[in-house]
Design a protein around this ligand. Structure first.
Ligand SMILES: Nc1ncnc2c1ncn2[C@@H]1O[C@H](COP(=O)(O)OP(=O)(O)OP(=O)(O)O)[C@@H](O)[C@H]1O
Length: 225
């Protein structure tokens, strides 16, 4: 199994006027292909900060980040957006779908943004929607979908560009236990089947058995449970 994501001695300090707070203190983590890793920890422990840095949305104060063996800080800024679009998938708490696009168009937009070929994208979108049980929802707008359906669209969208690494920030927060579990099961299956790597922040202990590893974050440090 290859290493898809590697954080090496990452620290993050936020400066607030005269004071500063060290949210991450020399943390390191490797995630291999096929792995879904859960990240848990108390409120304010740095989960969002960690995910933002690992997803190349936020720069660390020090340390190195590798995604698919590419060192992120070595990429010129002009290449970073393109890199993010092609290598990283994000799934947020509230699905973040665009209200004026149908389910299928939400997926096609992603491939348009990266200049993907239309016929290939069309086929891929259909295939993903079918796997996630959304074929009969293709032409619907988000307002006509249930919470679970929206999160499944968000998962399909995250996989649309065949990213190597997927980050999910509390993807089940808006769902009841059963729907939440289905969504995480689908995420876990896709990660395994496609040999991707994923990190999921969650507060829900009932989801942890679906993950390959559980990482706990507190006082700026990571520990593996
Ligand atoms: N931009 C910022 N500037 C200053 N401090 C920040 C900033 N972002 C986060 N923090 C602080 O860093 C700490 C970690 O925040 P973070 O949002 O990463 O935690 P979290 O574990 O995701 O929290 P929650 O579970 O409540 O969402 C908190 O004390 C927060 O107040």
């Amino acid at each position: 199994m290859s290493i898809k994501l590697e954080l090496e001695n990452i620290s993050k300090v936020y400066k607030d006027g005269d004071s500063s707070i060290k949210v991450l203190d020399e943390v390191s983590l490797q995630v291999k292909s096929g792995e879904l890793v859960a990240l848990v920890g108390p409120s304010g422990s740095g989960k969002s900060t960690f995910l933002s840095i690992a997803g190349a949305l936020l720069s660390p104060s020090s340390g190195r980040l590798f995604i698919d063996n590419i060192e992120i800080s070595k990429l010129p800024p002009s290449k970073l957006t393109e890199f993010r679009l092609s290598k990283i998938g994000f799934i947020f708490q509230m699905s973040n779908l665009l209200p004026y696009l149908t389910v299928k168009d939400q997926l096609l937009l992603i491939s348009e943004l990266t200049g993907g070929q239309t016929t290939v994208a069309n086929q891929k979108a259909d295939e993903l929607l079918e796997r996630l049980g959304l074929t009969n929802r293709k032409m619907n707008y988000p307002e006509n979908l249930s919470g679970g359906e929206k999160q499944r669209v968000a998962i399909a969208r995250a996989f649309m560009n065949d990213p190597e690494v997927i980050f999910a920030d509390e993807p089940t927060a808006s769902l009841d236990a059963e729907r939440g579990r289905t969504v995480v099961e689908m995420l876990a299956n896709e990660v395994k089947k496609r040999n991707k790597a994923a990190i999921m922040v969650t507060h829900d202990k009932r989801m942890l058995d679906l993950c390959n590893r559980v990482i706990f974050i507190e006082n700026g440090r990571l520990t593996e449970k």
